[in-house]
Design a protein. Sequence first.
Length: 110
Amino acid sequence: MLQSILAIVANILFFVVLRLSIYTDRAMMPGGQIRQWQRSPIDRLRISGQPALLYLQLFFTAVSVVAAVLILCGVKNSVVKKIRLVSTIASAVMFLVIMILTGAVRQRYA
């Protein structure tokens, strides 16, 4: 039961961090001024043309949370526990992949 609660909390934290504006993008505009944007990892995924990674993250999060809620509601099936474990690990891995990729994205503005 504790693992299910931790899985739900971890997935909520992953989503909150993905929504935080933690990156600062700066670019030279045609007029000579420098413009600065505060962006979240989700914004950077969209700009870089990789929103499929976000959808994959959301899929793993949804499966993990649903399986955790089923376990909390009393389902004692070992298959549900394995699904929760695998989807929670996949969600954590996707979170790390997204954070690494969005940290390496460099946008150019004209």
